[in-house]
Design a protein around this ligand. Structure first.
Ligand SMILES: Nc1nc2c(c(=O)[nH]1)N[C@H]1C(S)=C(S)[C@@H](COP(=O)(O)OP(=O)(O)OC[C@H]3O[C@@H](n4cnc5c(=O)[nH]c(N)nc54)[C@H](O)[C@@H]3O)O[C@H]1N2
Ligand SMILES: Nc1nc2c(c(=O)[nH]1)N[C@H]1C(S)=C(S)[C@@H](COP(=O)(O)OP(=O)(O)OC[C@H]3O[C@@H](n4cnc5c(=O)[nH]c(N)nc54)[C@H](O)[C@@H]3O)O[C@H]1N2
Ligand SMILES: [Mo]
Length: 775
């Protein structure tokens, strides 16, 4: 009988396309587990419709005036996860001590269902106990009033919060006296928010959905739409069907970028067909993007020179560069000085491949570049983003139809939260406007982002952490530093829908406050309320929940933030009750502070909403020079560890069954993993070199800047061979955060280098068992 390693259980290559029947089955499984059939039908049909709620799944925009719902497997999972009939009640908390719950993982904790009551931690019994709202609010307010320094309080925001909740949150924090706004953006697209204003004068993408109907080429760098932005597959499918070219650049061959069966297309579903998406797929080494981008630009410039020598116009847009940009000569000098050996070594690609990308780019009249966490979560995340902008500017691909830059935002309103003031580095003009509109003087001093907030906690400088959603403790790097740092806090307040491990990291005084989700009816004095969100393409639209709230004790986020503010600020100058009575009043206030939202309440009634102005998309450059700027990156990736090209660089990945730290299940269908997450992805040659086979076990050890092993390690990971770039390995987030030191982050934006962890491997000897043996 054939020998099978015990550890190959649940590992088998996936042969199908993305989407299709597999997606439908996955949704059916998720719905059966989490919610009743009647509700799911109602809920799903109202997602992303003019009258329904915005899908909490991702920030990809909707086609305007959508009449039938846009089907998406992971959106359906996100909705059913929130609309579950399971409840985490006071009885549940009474039956389990916090120490006991701490032993459970995210899947088990959130799997208990929705939080139902406000809870307060009781040290004597080591349990969370119910507390009435008034007592909780009053006590929290008293604690906050007691701290001498407002900058000893951190106001965390997760990108799920609506514009209305986020606006009130920043107003509360600033009236309290701090700009400490650690938020999930700091771990996500901060390099976009910091890098693009320097390059093109706006910290957001420049494309609209319509541009995908006009482009000739889409470059998809470092994002995985099959899992994280499934509705984008529908757009890419149309691009592919139209005959335009899609090129994927990613260390992993992700199924979602290769082939897609549209659940909206009955013909494809019945014929078991699929649409081929990426016409070419290039595997860049983890952390090798700047090298690849510089290589492409270098070839573009030499193609240009050759063409001009022959008397042709050439491939870069000289007129655009002359009229609209500055810094071209410096960029050229930098590219000339970058040598090919270095580029090829760090990108892990061969020169022919880089030439092919340059050729396709030169031949395309209109190019869109999409990118995600594969670009941003690096020591050089900001500079990676700026190299993408450089490449686009060389051919005038910003501010023309069918072209532009397209960062794939994460949480469904992470962009909107930034727009309405969640930032630790507020522009003076923003603070002036807040002062003019509300009449209090907001603090001018810059505050903490996510990494700085944890560092301040570690250093004992923080009294309180207040979290508007999210799971900061698990989302941030370095649990070895983060967990003890959080345990030093005096006050911890979480506003959440479901239980997670951040809630179990106790300070001295702890409150867990349950809130309404986006799918639920939000009833206030003036009636049922809508909130608004902004998608990845600057479209602002309304979202109105329709389901009965999970418990009668829930507060909406805007109402809870207002109540906290009132309890904390006895002399507040803001009329919080008016804001909560009717959210139109919050939107009027947003409009007063941010003139781009003019006629907010009126315009948001239009189905599909309205687009916020985006200067770069009409070639107005709000940079200091008034021009788009080519930004030079010194070197390629001067992390000494990567330069030495040590054993391997590890990247942290999301599975297909997870939403950030929320685990819907333990499968990763497209990568062929079922029922487990303790795996290490590696390419066949790298495995071969080390005599490793699928199912073998290894320990992964993070290296220090000198390339020496550290105490950061993950033990007993099982080898899964995938088609991926040499020199690269992958493991799941958040588990792999133990390998990422807090201090390993982009110096410009502060984003943790989650996707750039040099590691070594140690083989673990495990006994093999005969297949069919009882387990
Ligand atoms: N279902 C689901 N949807 C989600 C989320 C979720 O967890 N689940 N999260 C939401 C959030 S908050 C975000 S930010 C987005 C995240 O969406 P993505 O940006 O797609 O995020 P990741 O899955 O972390 O990584 C994306 C890709 O980067 C590649 N990659 C890794 N390292 C590198 C590298 O060095 N270079 C390059 N070029 N590529 C690399 C990986 O192989 C992977 O395919 O999705 C949002 N939508
Ligand atoms: N190693 C590694 N680490 C990463 C990443 C990575 O790729 N690799 N990605 C990073 C990225 S891009 C991000 S955005 C962060 C994610 O950081 P966070 O946004 O902090 O984390 P989530 O896991 O999305 O938060 C999940 C929790 O949010 C709460 N929640 C859900 N819906 C609501 C709601 O409507 N209201 C409220 N108040 N609470 C709600 C629930 O209690 C749930 O447990 O993680 C980052 N960390
Ligand atoms: Mo994100």
């Amino acid at each position: 009988m054939k020998e099978q390693k015990r550890s190959t259980i649940g590992i088998a290559p996936y042969g199908g396309s993305a989407g299709g029947w597999g997606a439908l089955k996955a949704v059916a499984d998720a719905l059966r587990g989490q919610m009743s059939v009647k509700q799911d039908v109602i809920a799903l049909f109202k997602v992303n419709q003019p009258q329904g709620f915005d899908c909490p799944g991702c920030a990809w925009p909707d086609p305007q005036h959508t009449s039938s719902f846009e089907f998406c497997e992971n959106g359906a999972k996100a909705v059913s996860w929130e609309a579950t009939s399971k409840r985490t009640t006071p009885e549940f908390f009474a039956a389990h001590t916090v120490s006991e719950l701490w032993q459970r993982n995210a899947f088990e904790l959130e799997g208990e269902g929705r939080l139902t009551h406000p809870m307060k931690y009781d040290p004597a019994s080591d349990t969370y106990q119910p507390v009435d709202w008034d007592t909780a609010l009053q006590e929290i307010g008293e604690h906050l009033q007691g701290y001498q320094d407002p900058n000893s309080v951190e106001f965390y925001t997760s990108g799920r919060a609506s514009n209305e909740a986020a606006f009130l949150w920043q107003l509360f924090a600033r009236e309290y006296g701090t700009n400490n706004f650690p938020d999930c953006s700091n771990m996500c697209h901060e390099p976009t928010s910091v890098g693009l204003p320097e390059s093109i004068g706006v910290g957001k993408g420049t494309v609209e959905l319509d541009d995908f109907d006009h482009c000739d080429l889409v470059l998809c760098i470092g994002h995985n739409p099959g899992t994280n932005h499934p509705r984008m597959l529908g757009t890419l499918r149309e691009v592919a069907k139209r005959g335009a070219t899609i090129v994927a650049i990613n260390p992993l061959r992700e199924r979602g970028l290769e082939r897609f069966t549209s659940p909206q297309s009955p013909i494809e579903m019945l014929a078991l067909g699929s649409t081929k998406l990426a016409s070419t797929y290039y595997k860049v080494r983890v952390g090798g993007d700047a090298a690849m981008l510089k290589g492409v630009m270098k070839i573009l410039l030499s193609m240009h020179e050759e063409a001009q020598a022959k008397g042709d116009a050439g491939v870069i847009d000289e007129a655009f560069i002359r009229e609209h940009t500055q810094g071209f000569e410096a960029l050229k000098a930098d590219l000339d000085a970058t040598d090919w050996d270095h580029i090829l070594k760090l990108s892990g690609m061969d020169r022919k491949e880089i030439q092919n990308i340059a050729r396709l780019y030169a031949d395309a009249e209109r190019t869109i570049i999409c990118y995600g966490m594969g670009i941003t979560q690096h020591q050089y995340g900001t500079q990676n983003v700026q190299q993408i902008a450089n490449l686009l500017l060389l051919r005038g691909n910003i501010g023309k139809q069918g072209a532009g830059i397209c960062p794939l935002r994460g949480h469904s309103n992470v962009q909107g939260d930034r727009t309405v003031g969640i930032t630790e580095i507020p522009a003076p003009a923003l603070l002036d406007r807040i002062e003019n509109v509300f009449g209090f003087t907001p603090p001018r001093e810059h505050g903490h982002g996510a990494v700085a907030a944890i560092q301040a906690m570690r250093d004992g400088k923080v009294n309180a952490l207040l979290c508007l959603g999210g799971n900061l403790a698990e989302a941030i790097s370095d649990p070895q530093t983060t967990f003890p740092a959080m345990r030093k806090l005096d006050l911890v307040v979480h506003m959440a829908t479901k239980l997670n491990r951040s809630h179990l990291l106790l300070g001295k005084h702890n409150y867990l406050l349950p809130v309404l989700g986006r799918t639920e009816t939000d009833m206030q004095q003036s009636g049922a309320q809508s909130v608004t969100v902004e998608d990845s393409m600057s479209m602002v639209h309304a979202s109105r929940g329709t389901l009965t709230p999970a418990s009668p004790h829930l507060k909406s986020e805007p109402a809870l933030v207002a109540a906290l503010a009132k309890a904390t600020l006895p002399d507040t100058v803001v009329d919080w009750d008016k804001m909560v009575r009717d959210y139109n009043n919050i939107r009027d206030a947003i409009e007063a502070v941010f003139p781009d939202f003019h006629q907010y309440n009126e315009r948001v009634k239009t189905p599909g909403g309205f687009r916020l102005p985006n200067a770069a998309s009409v070639r107005v450059w709000n940079t200091p020079s008034g021009r788009a700027e080519f930004k030079v990156m010194q070197g390629i990736n001067e992390d000494p560890r990567s330069l030495k090209c040590h054993d391997l660089v590890l990247t942290t990945l999301r599975s297909h069954d997870q939403y950030n730290t929320t685990l819907y299940g333990l499968n990763d269908r497209y990568r062929g993993v079922t029922g487990r997450r303790d795996v290490l992805f590696i390419n066949a040659d790298e495995a071969e070199k080390r005599e490793l086979r699928v199912g073998d076990q290894v320990n992964v050890v993070a290296l220090d800047p000198q390339g020496n092993p550290t105490s950061r390690r993950m033990e007993n990971l099982t080898i899964v061979v995938l088609d991926m770039a040499p020199g690269s390995v992958g493991a799941y987030y958040p588990e792999a955060n133990v390998l990422v030191p807090l201090d390993s982050h982009d110096t410009k934006s502060g984003i943790p280098a989650y996707k750039n962890v040099p590691v070594a491997m140690e083989r673990v000897q495990v006994p093999s068992v005969t297949s069919g043996a009882r387990r």
